[in-house]
Design a binder for this molecule. Structure first.
Ligand code: ATP
Ligand code: MG
Length: 712
């Protein structure tokens, strides 16, 4: 026990050992909030104040939950299996699985991730003949989710104009469709769970009596519904221990309310507010930069952060000519760091927008630096994995139209768009699932769709009673997916991923604690959808970590690169339209980024950048100006850029001119190769090269200094 408390500073110790009261730990980045929360759970259990059964802990990611459980098993000799530690989504899912009947859900209900949700909304609009330009599907998803996050059902939604009225009607249609199919989206997990507890008194009382201690990490990012859910569960006398940092609230765009912190202080914590002010993560200069930045925000609850770690290195700032140049610089530095013994997993490359990762990835790949991207297309979001999962979902629940449409004609079975439209119309008319409506199809469509239905039935019979990994393997093989990818040109990687899915199923089964209500398949599919929705990093083996700043929350690394610090990118241009609030949220995001670094921080920007197929000329981010000059060490650009990208070559539509005045698209003549057209330019001055397409003589890269090209 003394071990447990040994490494805490006085306020941390005070927080960990508080008597059973509601409390708020309000503290800046890296001050040990997560550590305090975990230690408190261990302390409550090891002093027998609360049993493992009585703990409910909400973490920001599933990975954080697993880490917490692992740490607890290490320090407290009890069985941590089955403890209620997880994300809001994970915990609500668990509760709904246990009480699916009371919640009005089928036992095998499936979770729609955001891509599935979008697909469903598109389908709905089409079925109802709604103009999707007037009602863009993405916006409609947002509208629906925002309402659910406020706890508002379609029936209660207010509309003061016709346009909103229509959107509310579509929301209602969407709810019906989800119920018909037996699927729930992410926001629904929470709302459904909340309503269940609110409505069902015995059930509510059961959980209220069960949970004695409720602990919440990253409290600043809870939304209104999550807060209400916590209040409901705490209604039986449980004590809520919340930790958070208002300066790190970065999900307002998704409905998070920093106001929850003030409400919590007023309604619960009262005087039990503990501030942690010592930062254990970052060296002094990094912390000073973070403090200087965040000082520019107006409404803060106010905290001071200090460290006794010493000033450390200055923050390295680099302004590149172009995004490619920036990537080269970053990768060069990384290679040097790794040569000097820094573990690649301790190096993070952060960006504001996921689209930025491509150039960085390309350079890392070219230079053979292992890397891992988080929050982009993750495993469970890959096409082939989603196809395989769709087959599995149909085995569990044939009414799942989203899964049905995903694979009814994949691999191709000669089912045309027309047939599917007919099928959808029929299903819509008789208010049934596509699967059930298929029986009424006649003619060729009847045959082809019928064959698909028989395939699913057959798969169901064949996999009955099989262990999960064998079931997955069987489905991948017999559905025709494996064969399809074997014949596809680039199918090898997809086949490997499908093998990986079988492995994932095997590992999943080994971890038997994870099998919940509804059997292994349902639990496995649940895991897949929750993971797909989670934009949070994990640990890669020996690989540099790439992720958006949002995904980096709560994590720490020895070395951090914040790239693309340009006006319009970071702060993001979308934030500008939201005025000062938007800018302040961006600044909090920047604060999160800066405070991820332990020892070394790089901030980089580029003068030109290719984004979404267009070259932009960029101005350095105003956030760079907010970092005091004396903390920065400006690294110089080389006299001439290593290379300037050849944006004009394909697709970009932008003709890059290099220093010699040659530009992409220009015709030139060469003494030996004849007439050609410039497709790319690179470098300046003595380094300048151009790529020329000489038709029959081929594509050539030519150094301008040597090759004599005559412009035509
Ligand atoms: P964030 O706001 O980024 O989520 P946090 O407040 O949750 O940060 P932690 O991640 O808990 O901070 O802690 C930051 C780092 O400091 C961790 O590496 C943690 O182990 C370490 N740490 C926390 N408290 C102490 C302490 N008393 N002594 C030594 N190290 C500590
Ligand atoms: Mg934390």
């Amino acid at each position: 026990m003394s071990d447990l408390l040994a490494n805490l500073n006085p306020p941390q110790l005070q927080a960990v050992t508080l008597p059973p009261v509601h409390a708020l730990i309000l503290a800046g980045a890296g001050s040990g909030k997560t550590r305090v929360l975990t230690t408190r759970i261990a302390w409550l259990m090891s002093t027998n104040q609360v049993g493992p059964h009585g703990i409910l802990a909400v973490t920001f990611t599933n990975k954080a939950a697993k880490e917490m459980i692992a740490r607890l098993s290490a320090v407290v000799p009890i069985n941590t299996r089955g403890m209620w530690i997880g994300t809001f989504h994970g915990l609500c899912n668990r509760l709904l699985r246990a009480h699916y009947r009371e919640a009005g859900l089928p036992q095998t209900f499936q979770i729609l991730d955001s891509a599935d949700q979008l697909a469903m909304v598109k389908r709905l609009l089409k079925n109802l003949n709604v103009d999707d330009e007037k009602y863009p599907p993405r916006e409609l998803c947002h509208f629906i989710n925002a309402h659910k996050e406020q706890g508002v059902r379609a029936a209660q939604a207010e509309a003061y104009d016709n346009y909103t009225q229509k959107r509310v009607e579509l929301y209602a249609e969407y709810e019906n469709q989800c119920n018909r199919e037996g699927v729930v989206d992410f926001a629904e997990l929470l709302l459904r769970c909340f309503e269940l507890l609110q409505r069902n008194e015995p059930l509510r009382r059961h959980y209220q009596e069960r949970f004695r201690a409720i602990l919440v990490d990253e409290f600043q990012d809870t939304n209104k519904l999550q807060y209400a859910w916590l209040q409901l569960l705490a209604g039986g006398g449980a004590k809520v221990f919340a930790v958070g940092d208002d300066d790190q609230s970065i999900y307002a765009f998704r409905g998070a309310e920093v106001g929850n912190m003030r409400d919590f202080e007023r309604d619960y914590a009262g005087d039990n507010i503990i501030r942690l002010e010592q930062n254990y993560r970052s060296h002094g200069n990094i912390l000073a930069a973070a403090n200087a930045l965040i000082k520019n925000n107006r409404e803060r609850l106010g905290k001071n952060l200090w460290t006794d770690a010493g000033a450390g290195e200055p923050i390295r700032a680099f302004e590149a000519w172009s995004d490619l140049d920036e990537a080269r610089f970053v990768v060069e530095e990384i290679r040097e760091l790794v040569r000097d013994g820094v573990a690649p997993t301790q190096i993070a490359l952060l960006y504001r927008s996921n689209a930025q990762s491509r150039v960085l990835e390309n350079e890392l790949f070219t230079k053979n630096v292992p890397y891992k991207v988080y929050g982009g297309l993750r495993f469970f979001e890959r096409q082939e994995i989603k196809h395989a999962l769709a087959y599995l979902r149909l085995l569990g629940n044939p009414d799942d139209d989203t899964a049905f449409l995903r694979v009814v004609n994949f691999p191709t079975r000669g089912i045309g768009a027309r047939s599917l439209e007919n099928l959808q119309a029929t299903a819509h008319q008789c208010n049934s699932s596509l699967y059930n409506a298929a029986a009424s199809l006649t003619g060729k469509a009847g045959q082809t769709v019928g064959a698909f239905i028989r395939l699913i039935e057959q798969l169901r019979v064949e996999t009955e009673g099989l262990p999960l990994p064998e079931m997955v393997e069987h489905v991948i093989e017999k559905s025709g997916l494996a064969q399809h990818y074997r014949t596809e040109k680039e199918g090898q990687e997809r086949l490997e991923n499908l093998d990986e899915l079988i492995n994932a199923a095997a590992t999943f089964v080994d971890d038997e604690g994870a099998i919940g209500e509804g059997g292994a398949l349902v639990s496995f599919l649940t895991l897949a959808s929750l993971e797909a929705g989670e934009h949070q990093a994990g640990e890669g083996q020996e690989a540099v970590q790439l992720m958006s700043v949002h995904a980096a929350k709560g994590l720490e690394f020895d070395v951090v690169f914040i790239t693309g610090l340009e006006q319009g990118l970071f702060p993001h241009e979308n934030s500008v339209s939201q005025g000062r609030d938007g800018l302040e949220e961006e600044r909090r995001l920047m604060y999160v980024a800066v405070t991820r670094a332990r020892q070394r921080l790089y901030v980089t920007c580029a003068q030109t950048r290719m984004l979404h197929g267009q070259t932009r000329y960029c101005v350095p981010s105003s956030f760079l100006d907010e970092i005091p000059e004396e903390l920065l060490k400006k690294l110089n650009k080389k006299a001439a850029p290593a290379a300037t990208p050849a944006y004009g070559s394909f697709g970009g539509g932008y003709a890059e001119t290099n220093s010699s005045g040659l530009r992409v698209g220009q015709s030139v003549e060469h003494a030996r190769f004849g007439v050609g057209v410039i497709v790319a330019t690179e470098g300046r001055g003595a380094d300048a090269r151009v790529q020329v397409n000489f038709g029959a003589a081929g594509m050539k890269w030519l150094a301008l200094e040597y090759a004599k090209l005559t412009p035509l």
